[in-house]
Design a protein around this ligand. Structure first.
Ligand code: GLN
Length: 461
């Protein structure tokens, strides 16, 4: 109860950060009271009893508004619980509110939101990152204990990197997407923000696992995570790969590059194998990601037409096409429209083979190479983002630069492997930055064990 009041007060004091879309104040106080009584009565408490959680505005919570930060879902109220919400509630978590994000999770700055941009709490002239910027800042500024985001191309790991916290995306098919508003269904995964790896692990244990509503979830990891806390951690003997082409990439900030090489050296000194390997496909991954995700989004977003739900411009259009055009034209923001058009284009007859098929071929090649890599290595180290948090507004002038900055995160989504950003470093410009760790598909246990060890032994500030 006191904890909820503490966080509600903090949220109020930090309203200018614009991290929350809606705060469930009365409701979370009532729930805290109920949970306190449950504990005092000696009833068995859930695994997340009293843990205060914030949700990204793309995760459905029954009887609560959900909009994907879009005008097109203005005043839409969710009629069911997403599987993750259901599982959180069953384990006695408290959901304190829902968080701002880029519209339909498209973006890297949280500036494409109908609710306005989110400020980075460490420097309010910098962006929070995106698309789950509100969820990241909610943890960064201590407005909740943990938060959920979604990661289609880096939207959990990138804002975690910009905010100096932990952000993890599990393997595709680990957490049910039932009740997650879709952007690109073969890439989307719910991810977790926290201050440490143990919290990530505890939440993952609860929200992952098979679900009758999402047949792509084909993997149970909860059993293996339970004892993460108690296991003796090994700090040596890991086989770690660095991608030479990624580390040598011209977009990578010199200080970030140096810090990651230094980390690699220290890991080596401490008895791990660290090798640089070639990764020739690096320049193909961003184009492949944007072709495939925009194609999927053009299909996913076709349901927002103003007929069944969401925003309707007017009731008396002269014909159906005009009706659709007006609803969608006025309801969607600029970035979303751009992606729907791009996706429609790459799927259209005459261009399908040149773009969509080619991008799928790149995705297949990547998966083959990834398998090969993890035959020889336990983990891959990469920067999370080539730079620290962008200056607010800067990416509006150069949108392609924002796409290119996804270079290190989209790989995990194209191949379905898990990834995490660990806050290890501080730049001379005073902003934090992380290192990204990737492991083989469905090997969250190694990912989290290794990450916990790295964060404990190599944090630089
Ligand atoms: N920055 C990426 C994009 O704009 C990531 C989005 C995401 O992961 N949801 O597509």
């Amino acid at each position: 109860m006191e904890a909820v009041e503490f966080y509600l007060d903090k949220i109020k004091k930090n309203e200018r950060l614009n991290a929350f879309v809606e705060v469930y104040d009365e409701e979370s106080i009532a729930r805290a009271k109920f949970l306190d009584e449950k504990r005092d009565a000696g009833t068995n408490c859930g695994k997340l009893h009293g843990v205060i959680v914030a949700l990204k505005d793309v995760i459905c919570y029954k009887d609560h508004k959900i909009s994907a930060a879009s005008k097109i879902l203005e005043n839409f109220v969710s009629i069911y619980n997403s599987t993750v919400v259901q599982k959180l509630l069953e384990e006695d978590a408290i959901i304190i509110g829902n968080c701002n994000c880029d519209e339909f999770a498209m973006g890297s700055t949280n500036e494409n939101s109908v609710y306005g941009s989110v400020k980075n709490a460490l420097d309010e002239t910098k962006v929070s990152g995106g698309s789950s910027g509100g969820s990241a800042v909610a943890v960064q500024a201590g407005l909740c204990m943990i938060s959920l985001g979604s990661d289609t191309g880096g939207s959990v790991r990138q804002p975690a990197d910009f905010c100096g916290i932990v952000g993890m995306k599990p393997s595709y098919g680990t957490i049910s997407r039932h009740g997650l508003i879709a952007y690109a269904s073969s890439f989307d995964q719910i991810g977790i923000f926290a201050n440490n790896v143990q919290d990530v692990s505890n939440v993952l244990e609860v929200i992952s696992g098979n679900d009758e509503f999402d047949s792509t979830v084909n993997h149970e990891i909860s059993e293996s995570l339970i004892f993460l806390n108690n296991k003796p951690k090994k700090s040596s003997g890991y086989r770690i790969a660095l991608f030479k082409n990624a580390m040598e990439h011209e977009s990578l900030d010199a200080e970030i590059k140096k810090s990651i090489y230094e980390l690699a050296e220290e890991l080596k000194k401490d008895g791990n194998i660290v090798e640089e390997i070639n990764f020739d496909l690096i320049d193909y991954i961003v184009p492949a990601y944007y072709v495939l995700t925009t194609a999927e989004s053009s299909s996913n977003l076709s349901r927002y037409d103003g007929v069944r739900y969401g925003y309707r411009y007017e009731n008396n259009s002269e014909d159906l096409t005009t009706f659709y055009k007006k609803n969608r034209g006025k309801g969607f923001g600029k970035e979303v429209k751009k992606r729907i058009m791009l996706g429609t284009f790459v799927l259209s007859e005459g261009y399908y083979d040149a773009y969509f098929t080619k991008a799928q071929q790149v995705r297949n090649l990547l998966s083959l190479q990834t398998k090969e890599i993890f035959n020889n290595f336990d983990a891959v180290l990469l920067p999370t983002v080539p730079t620290t948090a962008f200056e607010a507004g800067s990416m509006k002038k150069d949108p392609i630069a924002a796409y290119l900055a996804d270079i290190y995160t989209v790989f995990a989504n194209l191949t379905g492997i898990p990834g995490i950003s660990l806050p290890l470093f501080k730049h001379s410009n005073k902003m934090p930055f992380g290192v990204q760790v990737l492991t083989n598909k469905h090997n969250e246990v190694t990912l989290l064990e290794f990450s916990q060890m790295v964060l404990k032994n190599y944090k630089r500030y």
